[in-house]
Design a protein around this ligand. Structure first.
Ligand code: C5P
Length: 226
């Protein structure tokens, strides 16, 4: 039995990688299957929320009842998310957004023929979508970030909370979670940390998503009825 803990709530979720084009046939991207974000969208829907899922390039089916918007680049994801954010109660940023993009986009395929030297690419910084949503004035959602760190997870997560101005970070405890179905999470807020699953083991991403959704619902309720 799944209680409808998020009935009447709206959730905005980013998922997957972004793809930053170099030319019409090439680009740079991050490793991300999108599985965690899609599992969260499904779990939030099951919990009664209205869910908008903004997805980078992934090959995953849309969870039933979820409104999905496909994007490719970080800027497209940013420009899709920002206007939607004020209309949502919660924003969960699971996307592995590329930090940089090529400074220029070549109109045609860059050719190898006759060139003695390999091309070099100048990169420019992408917008931080999560920080931008957290910095919205007026109505803004409860913001949840993800952190994939290879070391000192707690320390980095706390620093990230401050830097992005958000109340909750979800750290990936599993060493190699990309594309895998099982994982362990560490929920970090300004004063507490809590492992999911609570027994310190691992769980599949849908089970973790359901636990995380229940936790977020409890935090929302505490925020409204402290
Ligand atoms: O700064 P860092 O990439 O480590 O932060 C990770 C968190 O910030 C994730 O929740 C990710 O979805 C979000 N993020 C974002 N836009 C970016 C970079 C990260 O929303 N450009």
């Amino acid at each position: 039995f799944q209680p409808k803990r998020l009935a009447g709530k709206t959730l905005l979720i980013t998922a997957g990688p972004t793809f930053e084009a170099i030319d019409p046939v090439r680009g740079i991207t991050n490793l991300s299957s999108g599985k965690m974000g899609f599992a969260l969208a499904r779990a939030a829907r099951e919990a009664g929320a209205q869910v908008t899922l903004v997805a980078g390039p992934v090959s995953l089916p849309t969870p039933r009842g979820v409104q999905r918007i496909d994007v490719r680049s970080a800027r497209q994801m940013h420009d899709t998310v920002l206007p939607l954010a004020p209309r949502h109660d919660v924003f969960v940023a699971t996307a592995a957004v590329a930090d940089w993009r090529p400074a220029t986009l070549a109109e045609h395929k860059i050719k190898k023929d006759g060139k003695k030297q390999a091309p070099t690419f100048e990169l420019t910084e992408n917008p931080d979508i999560l920080a931008a949503v957290a910095a919205l004035r007026g109505a803004k959602p409860y913001c949840v970030g993800f952190a994939a760190e290879s070391e000192n997870l707690l320390e980095h997560a706390r620093a990230k909370l401050k830097r992005k101005g958000i109340p909750l970070i979800v750290g990936n405890l599993g060493p190699a979670t990309f594309g895998r179905d099982d994982n362990a999470l560490l929920l970090v807020d300004a004063t507490t940390q809590q492992a999911l699953p609570a027994d310190g083991g691992t769980a599949d991403k849908l089970s973790l998503a359901r636990l995380l959704v229940a936790d977020i619902a409890a935090r929302l309720q505490a925020a409204h009825h402290p």
